[in-house]
Design a protein around this ligand. Structure first.
Ligand SMILES: [Ca+2]
Length: 140
């Protein structure tokens, strides 16, 4: 059966209907590449900045990840800009389960070349205060 992303739309989610990039300030939400739930487009250069409240950290969780190996890459940085420290570059099916920022910003850049695409990714993010992060580390 085909499950549409409508499932994720509710009051507590800041639903992003797959635009190419954006500045996200909600306390949680979803990031999808343009084209979702189909294949993403060629020649993308999509930049997302997640901004949490000062003193909060951001956790992104990879619910799904699949891109063209070597050519279609998601870059994640620990800060607000493409000059912030690199956390990792992911392509193919290699992606971590989740990542946590040290500060209240996270930067994501999805670039694709001009041929061959794939499903892309479904990432959800949430921001937490340091206290609830400690709780998170203790539990898992
Ligand atoms: Ca490609």
């Amino acid at each position: 059966p085909v499950i549409f992303p409508v499932l994720w739309i509710n009051q507590s989610f800041n639903m992003v209907p797959s635009p190419c990039g954006g500045h996200l300030t909600g306390s949680n939400g979803v990031i999808l590449p343009p084209g979702w739930p189909g294949y993403y487009k060629d020649s993308l250069n999509c930049e997302w900045v997640i901004e949490a409240r000062p003193g909060h950290s951001i956790k992104i969780t990879f619910d799904r990840f699949q891109t063209e190996v070597n050519y279609d890459t998601l870059e994640v940085r620990d800060g607000p800009a493409n000059s912030s420290p690199l956390i990792g570059e992911y392509h193919g099916t290699q992606a971590p389960q989740f990542l946590i920022s040290t500060g209240n910003y996270m930067y994501l850049l999805f670039t694709t070349d001009n041929s061959r695409s794939s499903i892309g990714f479904l990432i959800h993010y949430e921001s937490k205060s340091e206290i609830s992060l400690i709780d998170f580390y203790l539990k898992y």
